[in-house]
Ligand binder design. Structure first.
Ligand code: MN
Length: 232
């Protein structure tokens, strides 16, 4: 038995659809510029160059249905709806063909971004942590367990703000497919049960403000909703 000098932090977790059990979160990996139209709206030409990754702290996850405070230290809080894959079995140097067998389940999540910080970091060649890895930056809807042989290669992915659809794409538009993303990540990291992968966002990213009601989903894989509350 270990005695800690302070109370240990609580284990971050996300909901599992259809029950009260929760999925514990170990790490959060995110893929940048993985849909062609979104890559263009960010000012880049989409190419099939190797994918790039960034991460968020595990405790950035929050549940669907919450009122989420408008993030501190930004005037440009942007939504990015994404398919989230949750790793349930250790994945080290796996092949794309084998990658999906390591997925426990899927959900719809939002990679909230402080765009002002992200652009400042991008333009000065500095890390993205302030723009991406902030508190409550990774809402995640309930996880739906993966079905044997399932491949989330197609399906509508969308997000609305106050009932107006802002992002409306399809998983088939992903430049790097989920099995490839998992395989590539597993060459750089030892993926473990509890890891979440946010797989990139389609075009239509944009700002939210206090009072906004956000809804989104990935057809067949999950959905989520949030209300943006006052700034902390
Ligand atoms: Mn993103």
């Amino acid at each position: 038995m270990t005695f800690y000098v302070i109370d240990p932090p609580t284990v971050p977790s996300v909901a599992v659809a259809g029950g009260s059990a929760r999925f514990p979160v170990r790490r959060i990996f995110c893929v940048g510029r993985n849909y062609a139209a979104h890559t263009r709206e960010m000012g880049f030409e989409p190419e099939r160059e190797p994918p790039f990754f960034f991460s968020k702290p595990a405790d950035a996850v929050i549940d669907s249905g919450r009122v989420m405070a408008y993030s501190r230290d930004t005037t440009e809080l942007h939504h990015e709806i994404e398919l989230v894959a949750a790793i349930g079995r250790e994945a080290i140097d796996v092949s794309a063909a084998d990658a999906l067998s390591h997925v426990w389940g899927y959900a719809a999540g939002i990679d909230f971004t402080r765009r002002d910080h992200q652009f400042r970091a991008r333009d000065s060649g500095r890390p993205w942590d302030l723009g991406k890895g902030f508190d409550e930056s990774a809402p995640c809807g309930p996880l739906r367990p993966a079905k044997p042989g399932e491949d989330p290669a197609a399906g509508r992915i969308w997000l609305s703000v106050n009932g107006v659809v802002k992002q409306d794409g399809d998983l088939s538009e992903m430049i790097w497919k989920l099995p490839e993303i998992i395989a590539i990540l597993s060459h750089s990291f030892e993926l473990k049960p509890g890891d979440l992968i946010y797989s990139g966002t389609p075009a239509g990213i944009g700002p939210v403000k206090p009072g906004d009601v956000i809804a989104g989903g990935v057809e067949g894989y999950g959905d989520l909703s949030l209300t943006i509350g006052p700034a902390k």
